[in-house]
Design a binder for this molecule. Structure first.
Ligand code: PLP
Length: 395
């Protein structure tokens, strides 16, 4: 455990941790007080002074979302779009590509369900070929197998960094090296990575990345972002345009804006955008490497405890594992375990397989309990969780 981590501050700022044991950070984390307060304050101003007037008055705070996200990811603020969630952000990038019959999309076994639906839609619509790159013996994407698939037909490498239903952290930078060497665009779904692990788009080598606010970033719901590398922005024709994304210059002509805001909507969740900027500043005040170290240490300790409970099987894969801990219990369904834990004030969720279908089908899993830790969780909460799970398993 990194002893230098300011857990006292993290607990004090997390008002709900007095009352609940929240192990559902991969679902939606708890907003820290400064984030929730910023959201409320913005919302109150909207109520009392008007939505447009509040946006005008707080222009600098709203713009801060872009600079904060850019410094989190080590990119330029012009490369960031504010989008209401990771799925839509991903969609705006993915559906900007013009696929032709025979084009190949390379993806992972760990791929998020919505992305797999979108790929298959393009298989149906355009006749693209979808290739799931096999995992290696550790359960992470096999980089050699990825390299073997590279040819002139590959139009896009699109991969999930950390799956919704398991502890795996895919080797994003190794994927990026393959993509960059071949000059192929690389879309990284780091919905579960952002706020959990240190992300540097230059080191990773992704040309596009989506993220969400409410999970490991601890922002409000219905907030997210898309990063698109500047050389790629003007090559991408967004699937939908409005008069914020483009300028209508005559009844028959429009010009798409040159920055990543071409992927945005004019109407947005302004209170959420302001608060997400605060959430990113808040995460960075601890430092992403420090957050990552603490989450991984807590999750490893948690897995060690679960391993000792008869009847519990951990279902996480990967050489590198993060804060998402998944397991099954011999005599109970994941839904029963979730309910029984909730009765003891512990929040978890059930990954029912739709989000990780390709991987679950391959491994013969249907659903698992997902208990995801964040830096504000503690070792004593893990002990409390393990004690309760022991009782649940034995009844
Ligand atoms: C890997 C991954 N990608 C995308 C999403 C979708 O995120 P959002 O609900 O913000 O659209 C999730 C949500 O669980 C996820 O885990």
């Amino acid at each position: 455990m990194n002893d230098d981590f300011d857990i006292e501050r993290a607990r004090k700022d997390t008002r709900a941790c007095e009352d609940i044991v929240h192990f559902n950070n991969a679902g939606s984390s708890l907003m820290p007080a400064p984030v929730a307060d910023a959201f409320r304050e913005f919302f109150d101003q909207e109520e009392m002074t008007g939505g447009y007037e509040t946006a005008d008055r707080n222009h600098a705070q709203l713009e801060h979302f872009y600079t904060a996200t850019a410094s989190l990811l080590n990119c330029e603020s012009e490369e960031i779009a504010f989008i209401e969630n990771a799925t839509r952000a991903w969609d705006m990038a993915f559906y900007s590509f013009r696929f032709n019959a025979g084009d190949k999309i390379l993806t992972t076994i760990a791929e998020y369900g919505s992305n797999v639906i979108a790929y298959n839609q393009c298989v149906k619509r355009f006749g693209v070929e979808l290739v799931f790159i096999e995992n290696d013996q550790h359960g992470q994407v096999d980089i050699q197998a990825l390299e073997n698939q590279i040819d002139d037909r590959v139009k896009l490498i699109s991969m999930t960094h950390i799956p919704t239903g398991g502890g795996l952290i895919n080797p994003a930078a190794a994927i990026g090296r393959v993509a960059n060497a071949a000059g192929i665009p690389f879309l990284l779904d780091s919905c579960q990575g952002v706020g959990q692990v240190a992300l540097d788009v230059k080191k990773i080598g992704c040309t596009m990345m989506c993220g969400t606010g409410r999970k490991y970033l601890r922002g409000p719901r219905a907030t997210g972002f898309l990063y698109v590398q500047k050389d790629l922005i003007e090559q991408l024709d967004p699937p939908m345009l409005d008069q914020h994304a483009a300028d209508l210059i005559s009844p028959t002509e429009y010009v798409i804006r040159p920055d990543a805001k071409r992927f945005e909507n004019w109407e947005q969740n302004f209170a959420g955008k302001a608060a997400l900027g605060v959430a990113i500043d808040y995460a960075m005040s601890y430092g992403m490497p420090s957050i990552q170290r603490r989450i991984c240490a807590l999750a490893n300790k948690f897995r060690d405890q679960l391993q000792d409970i008869d009847g519990v099987v951990i279902t996480d894969e990967g050489l590198a594992r993060g804060g998402i801990v998944t397991f099954t219990v011999a005599n109970k369904t994941p839904a029963q375990v979730k309910t029984e834990l909730a009765n003891q004030g512990i929040n978890v969720s059930v990954s029912d397989g739709s989000g990780s279908l390709v991987s679950f089908v391959q491994r013969g899993l249907t659903e698992v309990v997902r208990a995801s830790v964040h830096y504000f969780n503690t070792e004593s909460e893990i002990d409390y969780f393990a004690q309760n799970l022991r009782k649940i398993v034995s009844t």
